[in-house]
Design a protein around this ligand. Structure first.
Ligand SMILES: O=C(O)CCC(=O)C(=O)O
Ligand SMILES: [Fe+2]
Length: 222
């Protein structure tokens, strides 16, 4: 019997991809990045200046050296400071719900919002947000909601130089502008992982960079 290549959560990724695409596609506030390699959208003024400031303060209180499944902080792969914002804080809950609503995502699939701060020289090297299902950590993540489908990330401040979000395969660098929310589908319309969503937080050269990220799973996140 022929061995088929099984992509975990493929059907769910396809379904959620279509669902969110339809919702955002009908949203006049969405700006679609012009490329046929990946589905990337930007929403200007998603957060107010006051909300951005408040989130930056919260990040300063929670951020610790960032960790990754595959690499530790010392590897230099992700040198920012980061931390989950309190998911029961009413202000954070409100922001979280607004992102769910914008995407039309089931709130139970959303991970806790993560805050992140980069100081000069800090960066997040090119990576994909979805999980490599051949890695050991997948055993755990598979049971914690499965594969990541959409990512939502908001810029919270203006920095003097550097710190763009660089989609290396698409060939676009997005300059941080406070209040802008970036949204992208980590999968292709057929539900397979989209390698072309590879992205980096380029090194901050001057100033500091604050962002929040919310990753969505295909199933209930636990
Ligand atoms: O800071 C950035 O521009 C990218 C952040 C990122 O890739 C992530 O949070 O997954
Ligand atoms: Fe990322």
């Amino acid at each position: 019997m022929a061995k088929t290549n099984i992509i975990p959560d493929k059907d769910a990724l396809k379904r959620v991809g279509a669902q969110v695409r339809e919702r955002i596609g009908n949203d006049p506030r969405a700006y679609k990045v012009e490329t046929d390699k990946a589905e990337i959208y930007a929403f200007g003024d998603f957060l107010t200046g006051a909300e951005c400031e408040r989130l930056c303060l919260m990040i300063d209180l929670t951020a610790k050296p960032s960790t990754l499944h595959e690499e530790d902080y010392a590897s230099g792969f992700r040198t920012s400071y980061s931390g989950d914002l309190d998911p029961y804080d009413p202000f954070v809950m409100g922001i979280s719900r607004r992102i769910d609503d914008l995407l039309g995502m089931n709130p139970v699939c959303g991970e806790a919002i993560q805050g992140q701060r980069y100081l000069p020289g800090q960066q997040f090297k090119p990576h994909n947000d979805w999980f490599y299902t051949t890695e050991k950590y997948w055993e755990l993540e598979r049971k914690r909601g499965g594969q990541r489908c959409w990512t939502a990330m908001a810029f919270l401040n203006k920095l003097e130089e550097g710190g763009e979000t660089h989609f290396t395969e698409v060939g676009i660098k997005i300059e941080p502008k406070p209040g802008v929310l970036l949204v992208w589908n980590n999968a292709k319309p057929d539900g397979t992982p989209n390698m072309d969503t590879m992205h980096a937080g380029t090194p901050v050269l001057k100033g500091s960079k604050y962002v929040i990220t919310k990753w969505y799973r295909t199933r209930k996140w636990t």
